[in-house]
Design a protein around this ligand. Structure first.
Ligand code: GDP
Ligand code: MG
Length: 163
């Protein structure tokens, strides 16, 4: 069966940007229109010689309210259950937030391998923020710039290592 890779993380960390880069298409919307966001999007991803199905999780960008935590939990649990590897992104420019910590608590219980990624890690500001990754308690962190395409070889090697 084809390898399945899910991308999870709080809104605005760059999940859809990474999805688009892995799928190699521009057609997937980066900024989802509120209210029409589907819970997830699937595409054929590629990194070097690795081919996989990739899932972009979304669906709670539009409502930041009390229902968010439940939706977030369900979506994350589904991503864990349905995938061989989960890419967990945080925003290196924003640093680790309480919502990132909430995600990390869910993900630390997972038996599916988690690859922690600091996205938006380009530049000095990004490097500094990426250094806060230890707080998430998920081990080694891959520094990425989904927008610029930095860190893709590292991501490839880390995924292959965890399989
Ligand atoms: P999502 O909500 O997690 O799917 O995040 P998006 O992919 O929609 O990206 C949110 C914003 O972050 C957009 O304005 C992107 O252009 C921006 N972004 C994504 N990746 C990067 C990156 O590597 N560096 C920088 N500086 N911005 C990024
Ligand atoms: Mg998105």
């Amino acid at each position: 069966a084809k390898l399945r890779v899910a991308i999870v993380g709080r809104p605005n960390v760059g999940k859809s940007t990474l999805f688009n880069r892995l799928v190699g298409k521009k057609l997937a919307l980066v900024d989802d229109t509120p209210g029409v966001t589907r819970d997830r999007r699937e595409g054929d991803g590629r990194l070097g010689d690795l081919n996989f199905s990739v899932f972009d999780t979304a669906g709670f960008e539009d409502v930041i309210d009390n229902s968010m935590e439940g939706r977030m939990r369900r979506q994350t649990e589904r991503a864990i259950a349905d995938s061989d590897v989960v890419l967990f992104l945080f925003d290196a420019r924003a640093g680790v937030t309480p919502l990132d910590l909430a995600f990390s608590r869910l993900l630390r219980k997972s038996e599916t391998p988690i690859v922690l990624c600091a996205n938006k890690a380009e530049g000095k500001e990004g490097q500094i923020g990426a250094a806060g990754a230890w707080e998430l308690g998920l081990g080694e962190c891959v520094n990425l710039s989904a927008e610029h395409g930095d860190g893709m070889l590292d991501l490839y090697e880390t995924i292959v290592d965890r399989l």
